[in-house]
Design a protein around this ligand. Sequence first.
Ligand SMILES: [Ca+2]
Ligand SMILES: [Ca+2]
Ligand SMILES: [Ca+2]
Length: 288
Amino acid sequence: MKALIPLMLCMLTVGAGFADTTVDASNPYAYGANIGWINARGDIASGAVFGQSYCTGYLYSANCGWISLGNGPTNGWRYSNTAADDWGVNHDGTGSLTGFAYGANIGWIAFEQTYGQPRVDLLTGNLSGYVWGANVGWISLSNAQAYVQTTRLDSGPDSDADGIPDFWEMKQVGDLATLSGAGHDEDDDGASDTDEYSSDTDPTDINSSLEITALERLDGTNLVTWSIEPTRFYKLEHASSASNNADWGDSGHGIMSPELADEMTRELADSAQTSQFFRARAIVPLSP
Ligand SMILES: [Ca+2]
Ligand SMILES: [Ca+2]
Ligand SMILES: [Ca+2]
């Protein structure tokens, strides 16, 4: 039995480090023609962490060493990339990656949207596009042989443990005290602060929340329209009783990407029920 103890401790250590990077174990590789393969899982414990709003952690190149994605933004939600101590790679929530990574041996690596257009596919977590360094040239995040995939988009810390990530509180109101847990509704619009995070609506604007904005019934068909945000996916559900949670079922449309508009509409066949209820649900992408 004694011999087992060191083994178990060892496994725990590895397990704890494993959770840190968000990069998929099977798909961690970027490639630069001038510098070869780059592993986005780094040494696992400090590998790349792709977030809902910003990135942290390290990539590792056998030829060039460590490349940092940043150590967390000064304002808690977005690197300014204008100060010596506040640089890194940002995520705009719709998949676009911008800003700078840095390697001690190779200098700055630009994540820019004009030519390289590096991005995360919010459905699959697959990265695409290119990043660029003056000293190393283009690095592809996906190519015929390999790609980088993130299994989730990290929400970062929730220091006050109210269910709303720090980055979102800092982005919306600039502090961690104004917004709080599920029971609190800062702008009195009927959507709790927690629900406004889930739908990425403005928790200080009474006119901003996830809602069904139109319902039209035509010849056995219902047209349901609801408000959307570019950073969220949606599910449309229906039920014959609004009070029975078990009754809610998917409309058949499954998980939907947001359209390039303020609202979107889907058609649902009429059910045989006397009453029908509809609801739209927002889903935070890659946030299991
Ligand atoms: Ca919080
Ligand atoms: Ca609210
Ligand atoms: Ca609101």
